[in-house]
Design a binder for this molecule. Structure first.
Ligand SMILES: [Fe+2]
Length: 190
């Protein structure tokens, strides 16, 4: 049997070191562990660095919507109320999501960092990963592998009215949200 490494960090090459450092520290409620002219390390948990930035003082090309590159990083909260709390904290600092999607396996809020990389804040719908896998193998994913968009303020309202985390994570709850195809936000209009 082979040993399994654990995922440790992600590194972005950026021409906006300060803006990116501040944004990731705010969104992930983290802090800068190290920073010099070339490198910055940010963490928010037990790892010594989770997000690193390489920002040598030089011109760089910006990623476009059609650049084949890493699309997003994702961070999982313990429950819907923690996810809502982070959304509200960021909203009140004018950091607003690009799109929110009820994937079925996760309830996800997508932001764009200052460079245009997406960041997904999410909760798992299923406690057991095997149940999430079974869901992906079922009819919902066969019909639509993305899921419907939802309005985060509506989600908060429904939560206040007593909807459970499971109901809020059910695609049926958002089937008629009328918010269009979320993939157009994630990938740009085709
Ligand atoms: Fe994701």
């Amino acid at each position: 049997m082979s040993t399994k490494p654990k995922f440790s960090h992600v590194v972005f090459q950026t021409a906006q070191g300060e803006a990116m450092r501040n944004w990731y520290s705010t969104v992930l409620d983290g802090h800068v562990v190290f920073s010099d002219e070339v490198l910055s390390f940010v963490t928010y948990d037990e790892e010594h660095h989770r997000i690193a930035l390489i920002h040598p003082p030089m011109e760089m090309d910006r990623k476009t919507e059609t650049t084949a590159a890493a699309h997003h990083t994702a961070y999982t909260f313990a429950n819907i109320d923690d996810l809502i709390a982070r959304y509200e904290l960021l909203r009140d600092q004018d950091i607003l999501p690009e799109v929110c999607i009820c994937h079925g396996i996760t309830t996800s809020i997508y932001y764009k960092d200052p460079d245009g990389n997406f960041v997904e804040l999410q909760i798992d719908t299923f406690e057991n990963p095997d149940d999430a896998t079974a869901y992906m193998e079922g009819p919902y994913y066969e019909e639509d592998s993305v899921g419907p968009a939802f309005d985060p303020e509506e989600l908060i309202e429904k939560r206040r009215e007593g909807m459970t985390e499971q109901q809020l994570g059910d695609r049926e709850t958002w089937r008629n949200s009328g918010l269009g195809n979320p993939l157009e936000v994630l990938m740009g209009p085709r």
